[in-house]
Write a protein that binds this ligand. Sequence first.
Ligand SMILES: [Zn+2]
Length: 217
Amino acid sequence: MNLILLGPPNAGKGTQAKKLFADFHIPQISTGDILRKAVADGTEMGKIAGPLMAAGQYVPDDVVIGIVKERLRQADVANGFVLDGFPRTPAQADALDKMLSGLGKHLDAVISLEVPHKTLVERGSGRRVCPADGSVYHVDQSPPKRAGFCDKCGTGLVQRPDDMPDVIEKRLQKYDAETSPLKDFYAKKGLLKSVDGVGSPDGIYEEIKAAAGKGRR
Ligand SMILES: [Zn+2]
């Protein structure tokens, strides 16, 4: 089963990708993770991507397409994959089509997790991090034992600038604007499936499986 998972930060993609992996042994291929690892490892690709990512710019299509191509040749994608963070544009989607047909594969579905901005802002803005050891908490979903302080080391927790409500809202607007041409691209091919991303993770997962044609009948 070959899927693309679309959704903004905090839509729950990671949780759903883990469930898909557990059931179908299809790995989540996150281009962001691969790029960050390449930068950390100091590979050729990492040397190109690192400064761009640090400046908040996109890594050029040919570099991103190249890393996805490499990744799709690895043995663990025999049963399929869940792409996350790629493609970003119709041009990248075209490149993916060519890549997949070259490998004798095709996409089964493009799942778009739909979550209202208000909910995403609530999820993101409740995050608190420990500046000493990087532990992550959420004021509602996973609060520390003593409000405002790290369970592990007792350091005062902070809210990162990226987790401020107005910053999150801006990021979501940018995401929507960038993603709509991609959604149109896949809607025209009949592959786009919208799934309501609000509710229990298990319920959402059933919806995703149904959208991918693997649901219970
Ligand atoms: Zn700590």
